[in-house]
Write a protein that binds this ligand. Structure first.
Ligand code: PLP
Ligand code: COI
Length: 338
C-alpha cells in the first residue's frame, strides 16, 4: 500500500504515536504523554462492540506558510466532543484533558503532516470497554479516550471536482435526537441509502432532506450561494453543527455576503441549481463544489457543472485561513510545536 497521503484513501495512514486516557469508575487517567501507536486488546463483550458506546471528532492541523503548525478551531471541536460523550451517557472528561490529548498527539506526530493542500487529520475517539453483554440499558463505565493522527490529502478521490449529490427525502440519516452527536452509529445508519445512491446514481454523497427539510450529507453540511447571498439550514438538534459551517457563515459575512440560515426544501435545491451554486462544507470535505444534484428523480446540472466562482472564492478564503496565509481575526488557529 502507498504511504503517500495524496494517493492513499483518506484516513488509511497513521502517525506512529497516539495518546490514550483510560476511564475507570468514572475517573479518567492519562499518563501525560504520547505512546507508540499500537493495537488495543479488548474483551469481546466490550460495551462498544454490542451497544455502540462510541463517539469521535474530526479536526485538522495544517502546516502554515511560515513553516509552523496550527490546529484549526481546537476548542470548538473539544466542546463538541464533550457534548457527544455526554449524549452517549458516559462520564464527561474535563475539556482540558481532551485538549491535552489532542495537543500531545499532534506534537508527537507533527513530522507526518503533509504540506498543503494536505494536512494532519486528528481523530479524538471514545469507546466504552465495560465487559458486560447484559448492559444494553446502562452506559459504559469503563472506556478509552484516545487521539489518532492521520496524514491526509483530499477526502473525495480525484481532488477538487464537481460532486454528484443525491437528495434523499424519505429515509433519515439518523434519529432527530442524535443528529448533533458525532457517534459511529449515525454513520452506519446512513450507509444503506449512501450505497444505494452511489450504485443507482453515481452519487458521491447523499443530501438528507427527510420530509422535504434539507439538513446535511453523510459527512458534511451544505450551502447555496450566488453573487450576493449564502444560504444554509438553520441550526437545531437534528443534524451536526459543523464547525466548518460556522466558519463559512462567519467568513461569508466578513466577505460581504448576505447570510440566510433557514429551511431549504428539495424543490428549492433543484431550482437554485438553475442559477446559483451549491457546495458542501466539512473538516474532511473542506469546501467541495457540487456539479450535479439528483432530486425528485431528475438529474440537474448546477450551473455549467463546474465549480462556481463564489464557491472557489469561499474555498480560497478558508484555505488561506487554515494555512496562515490570512490574518486570524476570530482566533481560530492554535499553534502546536513541531
Ligand atoms: N455533518 C456530518 C454528518 C459530518 O460527518 C461532518 C463532518 O465532520 C459535518 C457535518 C461537518 O462538520 P465539521 O465542519 O465540523 O467537520
Ligand atoms: C470530518 O469531516 O471530520 C468527518 O467526520 C467526516 C468523516 C466521515 C471522514
Amino acid at each position: 500500500m502507498t504511504d503517500d497521503p495524496f494517493s492513499a484513501p483518506f484516513g488509511s495512514l497513521f502517525g506512529d504515536k497516539m495518546t490514550v486516557a483510560r476511564l475507570d469508575d468514572g475517573v479518567y487517567s492519562y499518563p501525560g504523554e504520547a505512546q507508540p501507536f499500537e493495537n488495543f486488546s479488548m474483551h469481546p463483550g466490550a460495551h462498544v462492540l454490542h451497544y455502540a458506546s462510541a463517539c469521535f471528532e474530526g479536526l485538522k492541523a495544517h502546516r502554515q506558510s511560515d513553516g509552523t503548525l496550527a490546529i484549526f478551531r481546537l476548542d470548538d471541536h473539544v466542546a463538541r466532543m464533550v457534548n457527544s460523550i455526554d449524549q452517549i451517557q458516559v462520564p464527561v472528561p474535563d475539556p482540558a484533558l481532551i485538549r491535552s490529548l489532542i495537543l500531545d498527539s499532534v506534537e508527537a506526530n507533527a513530522s507526518f503532516t503533509p504540506e498543503p493542500p494536505g494536512s494532519l487529520y486528528i481523530r479524538p475517539t471514545f469507546i466504552g470497554t465495560t465487559p458486560n453483554i447484559g448492559a444494553a440499558a446502562s452506559p459504559a463505565d469503563e472506556g478509552l479516550l484516545y487521539v489518532l493522527c492521520s496524514p491526509v490529502g483530499d477526502y473525495f478521490a480525484g481532488g477538487i471536482r464537481p460532486l454528484t449529490i443525491y437528495v434523499e427525502t424519505k429515509t433519515p440519516r439518523t434519529t432527530p435526537q442524535f443528529g448533533m452527536v458525532k457517534s459511529g452509529a449515525n454513520y452506519v445508519m446512513a450507509l444503506g441509502p449512501t450505497l444505494d445512491a452511489k450504485r443507482d446514481h453515481g452519487a458521491d454523497q447523499v443530501l438528507f432532506a427527510t420530509g422535504d427539510d434539507t439538513t446535511e450529507t453523510g459527512a458534511s453540511n451544505f450551502f447555496l450561494v450566488d453573487d450576493d447571498t449564502v444560504i444554509t439550514r438553520q441550526l437545531d438538534e437534528t443534524f451536526l453543527h459543523g464547525i466548518t459551517r460556522d466558519s463559512v457563515v462567519t467568513m461569508a459575512q466578513d466577505l460581504g455576503y448576505k447570510v440566510e440560515e433557514r429551511p431549504i426544501s428539495a424543490g428549492e435545491l433543484g431550482e437554485w441549481a438553475g442559477h446559483g451554486e451549491l457546495f458542501l462544507s466539512g473538516t474532511a470535505a473542506v469546501i467541495a463544489p457540487v456539479g450535479t444534484v439528483v432530486v425528485g428523480g431528475a438529474s440537474v446540472m448546477v450551473g455549467d457543472g463546474q465549480p462556481g466562482a463564489n464557491t472557489l472564492r469561499i474555498r480560497d478564503a478558508l484555505t488561506d485561513l487554515l494555512i496562515g496565509d490570512a490574518p486570524d481575526p476570530h482566533g481560530w488557529r492554535t499553534p502546536v510545536a513541531g
